[in-house]
Design a protein around this ligand. Structure first.
Ligand SMILES: *[C@@H]1O[C@H](CO)[C@@H](O)[C@H](O)[C@H]1NC(C)=O
Length: 309
């Protein structure tokens, strides 16, 4: 018995260094799990980064696949990891409920997690950021689109435009959530103004500033073009990437862009829209040549873009 007790104490101590489930988060409206990492030493008030996992992933998994935790210790920010309510681990980025501001879907639940962290941990409402991979990248676009009043910037790893995954008639509670093949296949193209109108339609009364955006996509992405893995194919991932850039350049009202090859590393092309550099611009794209699904997370670049490091 004694040995067992000691062992379980050790396990408990070990888990303190990882993420913790917030038992009393009942913010709904959907039943996502809220996991957090709150370092011992926080900035006052503390920036918040929401990290949204991919399909077949989890809050726990994404918290270790990405390497934000040591950076949270260094820079004193709070991490929130939402956990999907779906058996397949995807987030709902397809229902009208999730696409609309306060529409009653997963995006609203995540926005409520941010409010919880501001209240309970001393989070800074002026420095709230979101990032994610694949399904989490789609959700990042959805969060930024529907909650420009909550998020100041987003960093998207291998996603699709806000609203691209819409499935008419799909609901916020169905499992699995809606899946839009046409969008995943890179066959949903619109003009920049049409994409921008879509985003604006999800929160039509909003007139304030729009979040800054950073978009990462691999040119050899084999998932967000053909979910059935008919690989290799040619253009679609680039199209998905370009559709996102069109959308946010319209929303952010940016008309000029400048490419820099081999930035931040060999094979990546950086595109800065409008004024500023990689840390100050409103919109930055990274096209990763030959990289598949999904683009590795660049935590250091994200933190600089968010103005945290
Ligand atoms: C968009 O930017 C241009 C300048 O580049 C400006 O003249 C115009 O008023 C802006 N439009 C909106 C809707 O902010």
């Amino acid at each position: 018995m004694k040995v067992l007790a000691t062992l379980s104490t050790l396990v408990a101590l070990g888990s303190c260094q990882g993420i913790t489930k917030v038992g009393d988060f009942t913010g709904g409206p959907t039943n996502l799990g809220m996991y957090v990492y709150v370092p011992k030493t926080l900035k006052t008030p503390a920036p918040i980064i929401v990290g949204v996992h991919h399909c077949q992933g989890s809050a726990q998994g994404y918290s270790t696949e990405t390497h934000y935790q040591p950076l949270a210790d260094t820079h004193g920010f709070i991490l929130i990891y939402p956990n999907s309510k779906s058996g397949g681990g995807c987030f709902d980025v397809a229902s009208e409920a999730t696409l609309k501001h306060n529409g009653g879907g997963d995006s609203q639940t995540i926005a409520n997690m941010v409010k919880y962290a501001i209240d309970k941990y001393g989070g800074d409402p002026e420095r709230v950021f979101t990032t994610g991979t694949s399904s989490g990248a789609m959700m990042t676009n959805v969060l930024v689109g529907a909650y420009p009043d909550v998020f100041k910037a987003g960093s998207v790893y291998s996603g699709v435009p806000d609203g691209c995954f819409a499935v008419p008639g799909s609901t916020a509670t169905q499992d699995p959530p809606g899946w839009n093949n046409q969008c995943a296949n890179g066959q949903s193209t619109k003009t920049a103004a049409q994409w921008g109108d879509l985003t604006r339609s999800y929160f039509p009364d909003y007139t304030g500033p729009r979040p800054r955006m950073q978009i990462w996509h691999g040119t050899a992405d084999g998932t967000l073009r053909y979910p059935n893995c008919e690989f290799p194919l040619t253009q679609p991932p680039i199209i998905i990437d370009q559709e996102q850039m069109k959308q946010w350049s319209n929303v952010l009202n940016l008309t000029t862009s400048k490419d820099t090859p081999n930035t931040p590393q060999s094979g990546y092309t950086q595109t800065i829209y409008g004024e500023g550099d990689a840390t100050t611009a409103q919109l930055v794209g990274y096209s990763a040549n030959g990289v598949g699904h999904s683009v590795p997370v660049h935590e250091d670049v994200d933190l600089k873009f968010f103005g945290i490091a």
